[in-house]
Design a protein. Structure first.
Length: 201
């Protein structure tokens, strides 16, 4: 389950050691700046965000209940000054790039009362990966800022890696992602995993 979810939902890993990472279509590389946007925390123009793709109706920030928005700000330690919808993914679940009052950028994804059982279960598994495996994933994954439950809403808060730069894929980007996978697997060989995460094989 762990390997499948990382391949499908993350595609690759961002590494402070220079590997390329892709999260929900976001590509970032410490080495290959020519094929990626700067990280969202350094992005001066939050308007450069993911273009609308697909036909799903993503909730707007004002559709998120006030209590949920308040708790998100409290969890992050700063008020949410701006929130832009992120289009794409595998369903109409709420996804936002947040700009906080202190200038930080955060990626928020959530499920609410209108999301189906598949989305709810997938979200729960993803939270478990980020929470239980954050030590193993380390710098290979976006920083995990926490998760909160407010009524029927569940929210995951992650480091914002910046707006999308793939597709279209280039040979250089594909090679970078392949090398990142290899580096990650080398670093994780023999690492103990929770009982719910099957060992690679």
């Amino acid at each position: 389950m762990f390997r499948e979810r990382r391949l499908v939902r993350v595609v690759a890993f961002r590494s402070r050691r220079g590997a390329i990472g892709v999260l929900n279509g976001t590509l970032c590389s410490a080495r290959a700046r020519r094929v990626c946007w700067i990280r969202a925390s350094e992005d001066k123009d939050l308007k450069k965000t993911m273009a609308r793709a697909g036909v799903e109706e993503k909730p707007r920030w004002r559709d998120v209940p006030p209590d949920v928005r308040r708790v998100v700000g409290e969890t992050l330690g700063a008020r949410v000054a701006r929130a832009l919808r992120v289009w794409g993914g595998y369903g109409p679940t709420p996804t936002f790039r947040l700009r906080l009052a202190d200038g930080r950028g955060v990626f928020m994804k959530a499920v609410g009362p209108r999301d189906n059982e598949f989305s709810q279960d997938a979200f729960e598994r993803e939270v478990r990966v980020y929470h239980d495996l954050r030590g193993a994933l380390g710098s290979w994954a976006p920083a995990f800022y926490g998760h909160v439950d407010v009524g029927a809403w569940r929210v995951l808060l992650l480091e914002d890696l910046g707006p999308k730069s793939v597709p279209p894929w280039t040979p250089a980007a594909a090679r970078g992602v392949s090398r990142a996978y290899a580096d990650f697997h080398r670093s994780a060989m023999g690492m103990p995993l929770p009982s719910w995460a099957p060992a690679p094989g």
